[in-house]
Design a protein around this ligand. Structure first.
Ligand SMILES: Cc1cc2nc3c(=O)[nH]c(=O)nc-3n(C[C@H](O)[C@H](O)[C@H](O)COP(=O)(O)OP(=O)(O)OC[C@H]3O[C@@H](n4cnc5c(N)ncnc54)[C@H](O)[C@@H]3O)c2cc1C
Length: 305
């Protein structure tokens, strides 16, 4: 429920910033035509909110069909959607050029801020997520996220545009990070454990959004679901978020693994290879073109909504 509050509030804020920027003329043209505006204040938030939506709906459907509690999935949904909603509202204040009461966005921001706090703060969510997935990593002898990645790689064979291959790279990297943390006992640092919780949430949401993009393309989504974006737009959004998630897992992961441990140059180079850092960097190719397309969809310059 709180995840849905975060998602709804984030979109409510963007839905005010978007029409404003289509009308507001600065430096000879509308703000909506300026990449420096749309690619910072609008498009990344669209991607994070849609990743959160994918995870919320996947979790809700699983709860409905299995009756399971899915506590960890609930924590991931709540964490990602409340953080995405909060940052989208913050960006929307920036996008509207200030705290102007009539735009409502400052009220939305005040209302959405609490979603990262009540019903379990974001920090407690990070702890819950990492603690529970850590057990899964141990139980499967380090294979849990490699298996998830292989499933996405399989999907990529038949749906090459949905970013499933990029999400898979993030999940493989995550499995390597968790294994390194196990071998070197790095989760004795609470900060490392909590940061891993964040990376787990990003990597799982990337997988979920790729699944959703594929299901939309196959016409297999629940008819009650939001239909804001058509299949082409959603696959593009999925690639944008998968790139962010894979890079975040690899880069932040390296940061904390190296920051919490002693690691020599040879080991470091070896670990960079295990994380497939250069492959993850290569997946960033096409990012700006994809962001251009999503901006065009959001502002109705091409079909897609
Ligand atoms: C508007 C509003 C409505 C609310 N409604 C309800 C309600 O209906 N029912 C209800 O029961 N409660 C409600 N709450 C309470 C809410 O759930 C708590 O404020 C929230 O869980 C934070 O707990 P705390 O205030 O004890 O903060 P503290 O426990 O003092 O935490 C302060 C900060 O430290 C962090 N922190 C705490 N423990 C750790 C740890 N082990 N490791 C790392 N960081 C940690 C937290 O993440 C938090 O950011 C509401 C709060 C607000 C503001």
């Amino acid at each position: 429920m709180v995840a849905a509050f975060g998602l709804g509030a984030g979109w409510a804020a963007l839905d005010r910033a978007i029409p404003y920027s289509a009308e507001r003329i600065q430096a000879g043209g509308p703000l909506s035509e300026k990449q420096g505006y749309t690619h910072k204040l609008i498009v990344p938030h669209v991607a994070r909110l849609e990743a959160s939506r994918a995870y919320i709906e996947e979790t809700a459907e699983r709860i409905d069909s299995t009756g399971d509690n899915l506590n960890t999935e609930g924590a991931i949904a709540k964490y990602m959607a409340s953080e995405a909603g909060n940052t989208a509202a913050d960006a929307s204040i920036q996008a509207l050029g200030g705290y102007v009461k009539e735009y409502m966005v400052e009220k939305i921001k005040r209302d959405v801020r609490i979603t990262t706090i009540y019903e379990g703060t974001s920090e407690i969510m990070e702890m819950t997520i990492c603690r529970d997935r850590w057990q899964l990593h141990l139980k499967t002898r380090g294979q849990h996220y490699h298996n998830e990645a292989r499933r996405l790689e399989e999907l990529h064979m038949s749906h090459s545009q949905a970013g499933a291959n990029i999400a898979a790279l993030g999940l493989h990297a995550l499995a390597e990070l968790l294994e390194r943390a196990r071998l070197r006992r790095l989760t004795r640092n609470q900060h490392v454990m909590f940061r891993l919780g964040e990376l787990i949430a990003y990597a799982e949401c990337a997988g979920s959004l790729a699944n959703r993009a594929i299901r939309v393309a196959e016409g297999k989504l629940n008819p009650k679901t939001d239909a804001r974006f058509n299949p082409e737009a959603l696959t593009t959004i999925s690639r944008i978020f998968a790139r962010e998630a894979a890079l975040k897992v690899a880069q932040d992961g390296m940061r904390w693994i190296v920051g919490a441990d002693e690691i020599n140059d040879a080991e470091l180079a070896e670990f960079e290879k295990k994380l497939k850092l250069s492959a993850i960097h290569r997946t960033q190719a096409g990012l700006i073109a994809d962001m251009d397309f999503v901006a065009d969809v959001v502002y109705g310059r091409v079909g897609g909504k």
